[in-house]
Write a protein that binds this ligand. Structure first.
Ligand code: SAM
Length: 214
């Protein structure tokens, strides 16, 4: 996501500890009691400007949500959304997904969402794709046993690559749509990228995959 540089982004995030998690490593093992109301914890990785995570939190008040985003420039837009929405069950985390194991104990997360992850089409950049096997191992290490990833994208190449990566990892494919917006899937919440690319006529691919029993 190309964004204007916002040198004040970090400072603004520090001003809103009620929305942006400040010292995530201190919460490790304690996420159950972090939110005002106990409930399952779903995280979105690469949350961007935060529309999906905010609308999900509105639609599912019994579930807690964390939007994880690497770029502070982007995350401040999500913060503006949260300030406006004033929801108790959604927080933001400015972090790289590869470090989730520093912040969460095994089993603390109930579901991972990946929405319109950067495709990194060049083979030499495979390791950066959020569905690369090393990222899958990180997600598995923090998810509940047999936890799920829900993934959507308009990028056919990334979708195909990811299905193969999930399968090689031993994951089970529980749901797949090759044209989400013309499917019977109910309750879809559009992300910013989803709106942009579907308006251009791109098809949206979606799947739900589950880690195997170990
Ligand atoms: N999910 C949003 C949407 O659908 O509108 C944003 C999609 S954007 C193409 C991908 C986002 O993932 C970017 O904001 C990028 O900074 C973030 N991202 C990429 N790699 C990441 C990582 N390793 N950890 C956390 N966020 C990451």
């Amino acid at each position: 996501m190309r964004m204007r540089n916002k040198p004040w982004a970090k400072e603004k995030m520090n001003e809103y500890p009620q929305y942006v998690i400040q010292n995530p490593e201190e919460q490790k093992g304690k996420w159950k009691t972090y939110f005002p109301q106990e409930g399952p914890l779903f995280i979105e990785i690469g949350t961007g400007k935060g529309r999906f995570i905010t609308e999900m939190a509105k639609a599912h008040p019994d579930t807690n949500f964390i939007g994880v985003e690497l770029s502070d420039n982007v995350l401040v837009s999500a913060l503006d959304r949260l300030i406006e929405a004033e929801l108790p069950n959604v927080k933001l985390l400015n972090a790289n997904a590869k470090n989730l194991g520093l912040y969460f104990e095994p089993g603390e997360i109930n579901r991972v969402y990946l929405n319109f992850s950067d495709p990194w089409p060049k083979t030499r950049h495979e390791k950066r794709r959020l569905t690369f096997k090393e990222f899958l191992a990180v997600y598995e290490s923090v998810l509940v046993p047999e936890g799920e990833i829900h993934f959507k994208t308009d990028n056919q190449g990334l979708f195909e690559y990811s299905l193969v990566s999930f399968s090689h990892y031993g994951m089970k494919l529980n749901y797949v749509s090759l044209d989400l917006h013309n499917s019977d899937f109910e309750g879809n919440i559009m992300t910013e990228y989803e709106e942009k690319f579907s308006n251009k006529g791109n098809r949206i691919y979606r799947c739900e995959v589950q880690f195997p029993k170990r």
